[in-house]
Design a protein around this ligand. Structure first.
Ligand code: NAI
Ligand code: MG
Length: 368
């Protein structure tokens, strides 16, 4: 079988430690003949700045462009607080998103049965929780023009950000949500503020029309974003797939993440458009959390968000659903057996980053 090309970008802080566990998984899947992967490694963030004076080199950008998927761990840390704005660690991540055209950010919020007590909500509200938030990532108020601070000359200033969405941007993100829903519980909740925003009104119009045209088999609801925020903490299990804009998606996905307990558990995917000729999408997979400088180099980091990001790559870039399901099950089984890294231990016994990674592999070896 043709090998899938993976670019690994460990980055900074705990990045290299958790990436090592992802590498073990990828190497195992290749060795077991489950899927063939070819990996290359690059530098991003502070690591790239220290080596090349930029947040990601042109060479590594070229590797990202030609890879079937990019796995990134995390960037940043106090060491690089003083570096110039355009080469700061986060600039590497932004460059990847922009140049690869990664407009669809998928953030699952899954509550593992073994961890229901870690949630900020009552166990029965989150037991079995499995939401997918689909956030538009390259448009909206973070990018719209004008975007400026002007001096009004009378001792006052004016700060302006502009929310702009065009039909094609709304259609392509909604399409991602509908396609995902068909593989899940077939329900999409689209969210905006069409009561007070023109761009929100267009959002609702476009999603409604696309639904009628191509996805009438999927159940579609619309919910105003403020109301959705309230419902997320009131009765989160009512949702399956949520699709929303860049700003609301940023807020709502952070709220949803806390329903599940720990930052160390949450993966994400950022997907680009389908290539017309090959049908392939550019894609980057990374944990939701940052570089955790406070615990870096100590073997304390939870590798599950990183391993879960590999699982998302198996699912969304390679269509290896059965393999992805098997890794997910291995994670759930290891948690059910009581293994805990410090962030999810609630004062009980703990295992190290590599012990958690090894335990998940050992569990997986029962299947492959
Ligand atoms: P953070 O997510 O790195 O850490 C927040 C808290 O969660 C810390 O106490 C940390 O120890 C803990 N934590 C995070 N991941 C963990 C894991 N896998 N296992 C166990 N505990 C974990 O966020 P923070 O502290 O605000 O930012 C630290 C650095 O990371 C900053 O430089 C920030 O800019 C950067 N950052 C990078 C992101 C990325 O690469 N996508 C995203 C968020 C922040
Ligand atoms: Mg955020």
């Amino acid at each position: 079988m043709a090998a899938y090309k993976l670019l690994l970008l460990p980055g900074d802080g705990i990045g290299p430690e958790i990436m090592a566990e992802a590498e073990k998984l990828v190497a195992f899947l290749s060795a077991a003949g489950v899927a063939a992967f070819e990996t290359e490694k690059g530098l991003v963030g502070g690591a790239a700045y220290d080596a090349h004076g930029v947040a990601i080199s042109e060479g590594d950008m070229a590797l990202a462009q030609s890879a079937d998927a990019v796995l990134l761990a995390a960037v940043g840390g106090p060491k690089w607080d003083g570096v110039p704005y355009d080469v700061r660690p986060e600039a590497g991540l932004l460059r990847l998103r922009k140049d690869l055209g990664l407009f669809a950010n998928l953030r699952p919020a899954i509550c593992y049965p073994a961890l229901v007590d870690a949630s900020s909500l009552k166990p029965d509200l989150v037991d079995g929780l499995d939401i997918m938030i689909v956030r538009e990532l390259t448009g909206g108020v973070y990018f719209g023009e004008p975007k400026e601070i002007t001096d009004l000359g009378n001792g006052q200033k004016r700060g302006v950000d502009t929310q702009v969405y065009e039909t094609y941007e709304i259609e392509r993100i909604a399409r991602v949500a509908f396609e995902l829903a068909r593989k899940r519980s077939n329900r999409v909740t689209s969210s905006e503020k069409s009561n007070v925003m023109k761009s929100g009104l267009l959002w609702r119009e476009v999603v409604t029309a696309l639904h009628a045209r191509d996805y009438s088999d999927v159940k579609l609801d619309h919910m105003l974003a403020d109301s959705l925020g309230m419902q997320l903490v009131r009765r989160p299990k009512q949702f399956d797939v949520i699709v929303t804009d860049n700003l609301f998606g940023d807020l709502l996905s952070d709220v949803a993440s806390m329903l599940t307990g720990s930052l160390g558990m949450l993966p994400s995917a950022s997907l680009g458009g389908e290539d017309a000729a090959t049908g392939k999408r550019k894609a980057l997979y990374e944990p939701v959390h940052g570089s955790a400088p406070d615990i870096a180099g100590k073997g304390l980091a939870n590798p599950i968000a990183m391993i879960g990001s590999v699982v998302m790559a198996l699912r969304y870039s390679f269509g290896l659903t059965a393999v992805a399901d098997a890794v997910d099950k291995a994670i759930a089984d290891v948690l059910a057996a009581g293994l805990r890294t410090a962030d999810i231990a609630a004062g009980g016994a703990t295992v190290s980053t590599s012990e958690m990674g090894d335990a998940i592999l050992a569990e997986l070896k029962k299947t492959f």
